[in-house]
Design a binder for this molecule. Structure first.
Ligand code: SAH
Length: 510
């Protein structure tokens, strides 16, 4: 019998917090991981890249909520590799910068397990960048020194020698320095550093929760305490800190400081969430729905048999287009079997999806209400006795077919997909929302409202977090919000995610 060969462990730098700063190599490896093991500081959004079937082991905070210890995690990593798995060990920042990555690599060598180290963007540089502080600058310094504020005991060979550190010119960057901030800043002053040296503290750098405070070596401990800055944070000391006033690009982004919940399903959330993050928001992706086949399939089976009989095929969402053609190609090999019907698409995203399939859209009503859509048809032709197939979600607003029928059309309202609840909180974003609240919840359809409410109890959440506001993509979605007894603070003028973003920017004063 062949002994199963051991797996490989990839020690992957997950970057400093902003999920977009993962390396391409890291993303590749995550996509084919059997097992992903995460540290506390790793952004859980990265787990979305892993296959749905991958085992995820998260460290949790050992001290605070009894998560796994570093030793237990290393044991698990070795065990999975011995079992032949491809293990991605995600470490915050860079694996070999204060992350005990070196020790883990040694354990792998001792077990003769193949490993690779993938560098990551370290918080040392990234938190400084995102706080507008260049670590070197020709006018100010020509070196930077990195050390930990959690130094070993005085007599240990690895102990920090503040009398020496105080004499090194250039910028100083301190990791894990919050607990002893007052002590080590004082120690540097005692050993001769100028108490007026500019110092900044950057908490959760590169994330939507970044917070930075600046002062001097003499004042920073007090200022940080007053601002309630907790770990993780880096502390930067040196003349370059002054540049922050000019260069603080990230904290000046228009949606910086706003925690915004995205409720649409994972496959669709991508570009919307990415755009919000680009504008500086702290995005919580809490997908509440997913899409599956309709329960009632007879209608679509019948419709496909006589698809040639329709004068119009009408689509109201990109989802509807995708679902329709999935079903269509299960039955037909050839797009020409679609026949010669005209095609209508409500909204630009729906039209774009059809164009991807090289189908021309004959009519594209921009407004979603039944009345407006009928108006658009009427401009095109008299719809008396015109036969229309309306391909959309299983439970959808009856206004549209009704309005079309009132105008004389013969309408088949056919379910091509069904939205169901997505309750798997893979990244823990749902738990974070429950614990910490948010500034905005964005709704991009009536069904996101319903499913969000079913999962989070909207009235309860609004009561618990009074700053929470609701943003709606358009009147149909707002109606569902109204039905729960709330009014959206903003409703998009153009009923697209771009329109929704425009509305959020407007209220942010941009
Ligand atoms: N390997 C990591 C460092 C791990 S040690 C890296 O390369 O970044 C943990 C310390 O890193 C924290 O106590 C804090 O000082 C710093 N740190 C990590 N992520 C941070 C972030 N997003 N913002 C500020 N400091 C961070």
């Amino acid at each position: 019998m062949r002994v199963k060969s051991k797996g490989t462990v990839y020690l992957v730098g997950a970057g400093p917090g902003d999920a977009r700063l993962l390396t391409v190599r890291g993303a590749d490896l995550l996509r084919r991981a059997d097992v992903v093991i995460c540290d506390v500081l790793v952004n859980p959004d990265l787990l979305r890249l892993a296959p749905a079937a991958a085992e995820v082991i998260a460290r949790g905070n050992h001290k605070r909520d009894g998560g796994l210890s570093q030793e237990q995690l290393t044991e698990l990593m070795l065990a999975r590799a011995r079992a032949g798995k491809t293990v991605v060990r995600l470490k915050g920042g860079d694996p070999f910068v204060f992350g005990r990555g070196g020790e883990e690599a040694e354990a792998l060598v001792a077990e003769k397990i193949a490993f690779e180290v993938v560098p990551g963007v370290s918080s040392v540089v990234a938190a400084a960048n995102y706080a507008g502080i260049p670590l070197t600058h020709r006018d100010h310094c020509s070196s930077f020194t990195v050390f930990t504020g959690h130094g070993d005991a005085h007599d240990a060979p690895t102990a920090l020698r503040y009398e020496q550190i105080a004499r090194i010119p250039g910028t100083k960057v301190v990791l894990m320095g919050m607990d002893n901030l007052a002590a080590w800043t004082q120690s540097l002053i005692t050993h001769g550093m100028n108490p007026q040296t500019p110092v900044a503290v950057v908490h959760r750098g590169t994330t939507g929760r970044q917070k930075s405070v600046a002062g001097t070596l003499a004042t920073i401990a007090q200022l940080a305490e007053k601002a309630k800055i907790s770990p993780p944070a880096i502390i930067i000391a040196g003349e370059v800190v002054k540049l922050r006033e000019k260069l603080n690009w990230f904290e000046n982004l228009p949606l910086f400081g706003q925690r915004i919940v995205v409720t649409r399903r994972t496959e669709q959330a991508g570009s919307f969430a990415a755009r919000l993050a680009e504008l500086g928001a702290d995005v919580l992706e809490v997908p509440t729905i997913k899409i599956t086949e309709p329960q009632e399939k007879m209608a679509i089976v019948d419709a496909l048999l006589e698809i040639n009989a329709y004068d119009w095929l009408i689509f109201t969402s990109a989802n509807g287009v995708t679902a329709f053609f999935d079903l269509f190609f299960k039955r037909f090999q050839d797009l020409r079997d679609l026949g010669g019907a005209r095609i209508a698409a409500v909204g630009p995203k729906t039209a774009a999806k059809l164009r991807e399939l090289h189908l021309q859209v004959d009519l594209q009503p921009e407004e979603y209400t039944g009345k407006k859509i009928v108006g658009a048809f009427r401009k095109f032709q008299d719809i008396e006795n015109v036969k229309m197939g309306l391909f959309r979600a299983e439970v959808a607003n009856p206004d549209l077919p009704q309005a079309l029928m009132e105008a004389g059309a013969i309408v088949d309202d056919i379910a091509v997909y069904r939205t169901i609840a997505d309750t798997k909180d893979r990244t823990g974003a749902g738990a974070r929302l429950r614990a910490e609240g948010a500034d905005w919840v964005t709704f991009t359809s009536g069904s996101t409202v319903e499913h969000f409410h079913a999962q989070f109890d909207l009235p309860k959440l609004m009561k618990q977090f009074p700053q929470l506001k609701l943003a709606s993509i358009g009147p149909e979605t707002s109606q569902v919000i109204d039905a729960l007894g709330f009014k959206p603070t903003v409703e998009a003028k153009e009923h697209t995610t771009e329109g929704l973003i425009a509305a959020l920017l407007k209220i942010a004063g941009m």
